[in-house]
Design a protein around this ligand. Structure first.
Ligand code: G
Ligand code: G
Ligand code: MN
Ligand code: NA
Length: 255
């Protein structure tokens, strides 16, 4: 299979790239951190998204090396930006697929990425979706082990999966990310999705979790979410996922 050969080579030739989507504080508008989104700059096929190659990486046993690179590079880049901006509170969020989450050496990969970068554990967030932690007896143990490292755990795409309220109360989960399919219809405050968003915010608040609303595309959405008690926002209204160069130009050192 051609793509498999290409994928093996991609690891060696460093064809992977990380894009960084800003996450902002809704109250102050200031930069809170970034979510890293992995891309493969394929020499012929162009820029590929994780959906195009993560399954193949899994089947071919290349996933561990890719995961290690993503974690290391995310931590390295964030630590560099923290130093350059003297803002040591900036965070970076890395997505984990189910296989990555269940990977026996995940704990070790995270530990090494933190050690080699010097990034404080609390500045690294690991994003897992509901499905990833839903039906696994071992999920609670893995979450507890990661929590013990001091990293933050984010529940991604909340609302799209099984959406059991049980998910919200998993003790080590620090932050809930409301999926953009709930955020986009809130222009109509009377809509059912608006009621669900307000309920998630209320429940998260009572359980001591913070909330990131994803897929914010308008100022109106950002204002409503802030009024309803949402701390953080992410989406095209603020910025799309950016190359490191664009993060520096547009967010860290604007002219
Ligand atoms: O921006 P984008 O189309 O890449 O995001 C598509 C999906 O890919 C999202 O669900 C996102 O969580 C996932 N994704 C992005 N980067 C990574 C990564 O490094 N690892 C994993 N497992 N998923 C990722
Ligand atoms: O599943 P996860 O939330 O990790 O994936 C993030 C995905 O959402 C990426 O594909 C990213 O490009 C996309 N995204 C980020 N902001 C917006 C937005 O404001 N609108 C839409 N439609 N997609 C967004
Ligand atoms: Mn995510
Ligand atoms: Na998400």
């Amino acid at each position: 299979l051609q793509l498999e050969t290409d994928l093996r080579r991609a690891v060696e030739r460093k064809e992977f790239q990380l894009y960084y989507q800003p996450i902002v504080s809704l109250a102050s508008g200031s930069l809170h951190g970034f979510e890293t989104l992995l891309r493969w700059q394929h020499p012929e096929r162009g820029l590929l998204a994780p959906a195009d190659f993560l399954a193949l990486a899994e089947e071919t046993g290349l996933l561990a090396r890719i995961s290690e690179w993503v974690l290391k590079e995310s931590c390295r880049q964030l630590r560099a930006w923290q130093k350059q901006t003297a803002n040591t509170a900036l965070t970076v969020a890395v997505n984990l697929s189910q296989t990555q989450f269940l990977y026996p050496s995940l704990h070790e990969l995270v530990t090494r990425a933190l050690a080699s970068s010097g990034l404080e554990a609390r500045c690294l967030c690991l994003e897992v979706s509901e499905e990833v932690i839903a039906d696994h007896a071992t999920a609670a143990r893995i979450l507890a082990e990661l929590d013990a490292l001091g990293v933050q755990l984010h529940l991604d795409d909340f609302g799209t999966g099984y959406s059991s309220l049980n998910m919200l109360h998993h003790p080590p989960i620090d932050v809930v990310k409301i999926d953009r399919s709930f955020v986009q219809p809130i222009a109509d405050a009377a809509s059912e999705k608006s009621a669900i968003v307000r309920a998630i915010l209320s429940l998260a608040g009572e359980l001591g979790k913070e909330v990131v609303a994803e897929g914010i595309e308008t100022a109106d959405q950002a204002e409503r979410l802030l009024a309803w008690g949402c701390q953080y926002g992410q989406g095209y209204h603020f910025a799309k996922a950016l190359t490191p160069e664009d993060v520096e130009k547009l967010f860290l050192y604007p002219a």
